[in-house]
Unconditional design. Structure first.
Length: 67
C-alpha cells in the first residue's frame, strides 16, 4: 500500500480499522498484528493517514502524528 501511495502523491490514503488489539476479524488478524505489519512496512508516506482507532497500537511519535 505504501508503494501505491508513493506512486500517487496527489491522492490521500486513509487507513480505517476498528477492532481491538486482541480481536480477530474477518481478515484473520488482530489489531495488534495489523499495526505491526504497517510498522514493518517502513516509513509512512506523507499521503497516508490512520484513523483515531489506530492510536492504541502506536507506541512512537512518528505513528502517533499520522493518526
Amino acid at each position: 500500500m505504501y508503494e501505491v501511495a508513493k506512486q500517487n502523491p496527489a491522492k490521500r490514503f486513509m487507513v480505517a480499522y476498528t477492532n481491538l488489539s486482541t480481536e480477530v476479524t474477518r481478515n484473520g488478524y488482530t489489531g495488534a498484528e495489523m499495526a505491526d505489519m504497517f510498522k514493518k512496512a517502513g516509513e509512512i508516506p506523507e499521503n497516508v493517514e490512520f484513523s483515531e482507532n489506530w492510536k492504541f497500537a502506536w507506541n512512537d511519535d512518528i505513528y502517533n502524528t499520522k493518526c
